[in-house]
Write a protein that binds this ligand. Structure first.
Ligand code: BES
Ligand code: MN
Ligand code: ZN
Length: 493
């Protein structure tokens, strides 16, 4: 889809679908919607609103044929809800609903749209346009690679039309940013939706190597052994797929600070010898969603040019119950020398992250953020509309929560109560890999903390948000690219 901003009059623009809007309760539309109404001989105000009872409730839609009164074939009128309740997030979601509606309409190759939210909506034009671009691109995503018959109808062109030169200029900048953000989200979704026999650790490494303009180093099993990543290697042992430790680096000439982002990269989580029951194993190809997000961020970093040095790390492997699989009772030694008694082979993510966190700490970065589909307990606590966030720096956590909110991603801080540390104690090693059954999200974070030195660190548990079984806001079911927009805002802040 070609997404553009063009200066012009909506009512004079040829299109298959022309999108206008109404706030709730408005009887006489103004602005661009008013102009379209006038060109249609008041069909919107006197027919759609008066006779058809279109109230402008949020998400309400009405398709009006134009019968040649204007160059567009049809007008799609969308309700924005109450002006005071309208937010940038609602605009993003609405844009997704609009494109999904257009994709269901027959012969909708070219769509032209009003710049929702600008004008009486009071939004900055650049932000409004960014939301429309994000919603449109995220909303029109589908993963149909393996379908013999592609169902999704392609919209060829989506043009935002505005009469004001200056608004167009701002909107263009917004669209540019929105395209990058949404493109990255869809990049992550493609990776996490990919079949697990394809999206192996080797595939993730190749994906990293294919990203232009970032330095990529892939450590093979021997190198990983040499680095002393015994926890990561323990997990990898049960699979016939070789593990890969991926280190990507983006380095501007005079960076203001240096950060590391880490993504959990379990390409399939069977649970290992502590095998998961079938229903729990079903979506476990998504256990590399953190890695997918990190790769997605690095794939657009050259376009965004943040002035910080970014190290992106992925300890990629599968958690399988093969003949040489690690066993409950095994003692693993992490890169920092700490020993871990394996209590449950299904608590594998924290073991791979432990070594990645050690590696990040050794890089002497200012901040570390990890993204992981880590605990079922987080899904129980927060469901699928918020990720959990924890860490050792309240200021970093607060910043990430803000970056998430601006990107349409909710982060909810979970505590890390010291009392739960005891449950990780082992009789024969420095710690066990699982704590008490309750407060599982916290015990996982407390475990991870053992592998962070003094560096400011935040851990984001995306177990509930990375993969949906029913749509949430602008996202369809399947992989969501959780964390991508949060991290993009974070590297730009
Ligand atoms: N990958 C899972 C966590 C998960 C669960 C992600 C549901 C997405 C949806 C993780 O490796 C895991 O299995 N965690 C265990 C830990 C337990 C054994 C301490 C869990 O949460 O049950
Ligand atoms: Mn697991
Ligand atoms: Zn896992």
């Amino acid at each position: 889809m070609n997404l553009t901003v063009t200066k012009g009059l909506l009512e004079q623009t040829p299109a298959n679908v022309l999108v206008v809007n109404l706030f709730e309760g408005v009887k006489m539309p103004g602005g661009a919607t008013g102009a379209v109404d006038m060109a249609l001989g008041n069909l919107i105000s006197s027919f759609v609103i008066q006779k058809e009872g279109f109230s402008g409730k949020y998400g309400q839609m009405y398709v009006l044929p134009t019968h040649g009164k204007i160059p567009a074939d049809k007008v799609l009128i969308v309700g924005l809800g109450k002006n005071k309740d309208f937010t940038l997030g609602k605009l993003r979601e609405l844009a997704a609903k609009v494109i999904q509606k257009c994709m269901k309409m027959t012969n909708a190759k070219k769509v032209v749209s009003i710049l929702h939210g600008a004008g009486i909506g009071g939004f900055d034009e650049a932000l409004a346009a960014q939301m429309i671009a994000e919603g449109t691109i995220i909303g029109s995503y589908s993963f149909e690679k393996y379908k013999s018959e592609k169902k999704a109808k392609k919209i060829e062109e989506f043009a935002i039309i505005d009469i004001n030169e200056d608004s167009c200029k701002k909107a263009k900048a917004g669209v540019k940013k929105g395209k990058i953000f949404a493109g990255a989200v869809n990049f992550a979704r493609d990776l996490a939706n990919e079949a697990p026999q394809v999206a192996t650790p080797t595939y993730l490494a190749k994906t990293a190597q294919a990203i232009k303009d970032v330095d990529v180093k892939v450590y093979e099993k021997d190198d990983i052994e040499k680095m002393g990543m015994g926890a990561f290697l323990g997990v990898a042992r049960g699979s016939s797929q070789p593990p890969k430790f991926i280190h990507m680096r983006y380095k501007p000439s005079k960076p203001l600070r240096k950060i590391a982002i880490i993504g959990k990269g379990i390409c399939f989580d069977s649970g290992g010898l502590d095998l998961k029951p079938p229903s729990s194993m079903l979506n476990m190809k998504d256990d590399m969603s953190g890695a997918a997000a990190i790769l997605a961020v690095m794939s657009v970093v050259k376009e965004l040019k943040p002035n910080i040095e970014i190290h992106a790390l992925i300890a990629a492997c599968e958690n399988m119950p093969g003949a040489s699989a690690y066993k409950p009772g095994d003692i693993l030694t992490a890169k920092n020398g700490k020993t871990i008694e394996v209590d449950n082979t299904d608590a594998e993510g924290r073991l791979t992250l432990a070594d990645a966190l050690c590696y990040a700490s050794d890089l002497e970065v200012d901040e570390i953020v990890d993204l992981a589909t880590l605990t079922g307990a987080c899904v129980v606590a927060l469901g699928s509309v918020a990720s959990g966030i924890m860490g050792n720096s309240q200021s970093l956590i607060d910043r990430l929560i803000k970056c998430g909110a601006a990107g349409g991603e909710r982060l909810w801080q979970m505590p890390m109560y010291e009392e739960y540390k005891d449950s990780l104690k082992s009789d024969i090693a420095d710690m066990k890999n699982t704590g008490s059954r309750y407060a599982g999200t916290q015990t996982a974070a407390l475990f991870l903390q053992n592998f962070v030195k003094k560096t400011r660190w935040a851990h984001i548990d995306i177990a509930g948000t990375a993969f949906l079984d029913k749509p949430v806001n602008e996202l369809k079911k399947g992989a969501t690219g959780a964390g991508v927009r949060t991290l993009l805002n974070y590297i730009l802040s």
